[in-house]
Design a protein. Sequence first.
Length: 215
Amino acid sequence: MMKVAPSLLSCDFTELKEEVKKLEVAGVDYIHYDVMDGRFVPNISFGLPILEQLRRITDLTIDTHLMIDEPEKYVEDFAAAGSDIITIHVESTRHLHRVIQQIKQAGKKAGVTLNPGTHIEQVLPVLSEVDLVLVMTVNPGFGGQSFITEMVDKVRYLNDFRLQHQLKFEIEVDGGINAETAAICREAGADVLVAGSFFFKHDDFNEPTTRLRGE
Ligand SMILES: O=C(CO)[C@@H](O)[C@H](O)COP(=O)(O)O
Ligand SMILES: [Fe+2]
């Protein structure tokens, strides 16, 4: 079944605990946690202290998307703070392979992602090492942007590559995902749909969960 990963960036932080309980009741698969440093992306979000508190209130899988320069300095801290999956950008480090090893050595699942302007070939050397490949379908840094349709080709490419090489990584998409763009991504072979603004504009979280899954 299609996995749904609501992006906390769009939740009501004054009601964080209630929002997370509602996510659990709706049966979402992951909580997507967007970390922005104001350097790799032109925005600052949240980091380790909120993650530690989030970890204390839920057993849901925390899917951490690091939009930070030099992630090698912080991956152990994000692992210790409670991330289950840690995804890094190919553009953010000179030592992609090494950072993926660091994440795995910390006992966590490792993900790799790339900006819309980055060629899919950049991730090929690490595809046998990762648990997840995140295809950014907007330029990272902000919620509420429009889906970039051309990125669907990357999803198709990864799906074919995975079949050909008998690999098991999940394909996740992030940015501008709503009921319509989710259907396009599902058809192309995506396994995990991140959704922020579309998801949290609903009061009843069952609705976006089932609509994103196409049920
Ligand atoms: O990583 C990011 C943005 O950089 C995302 O996870 C956004 O939070 C998705 O928001 P929507 O496009 O779904 O509103
Ligand atoms: Fe994200």
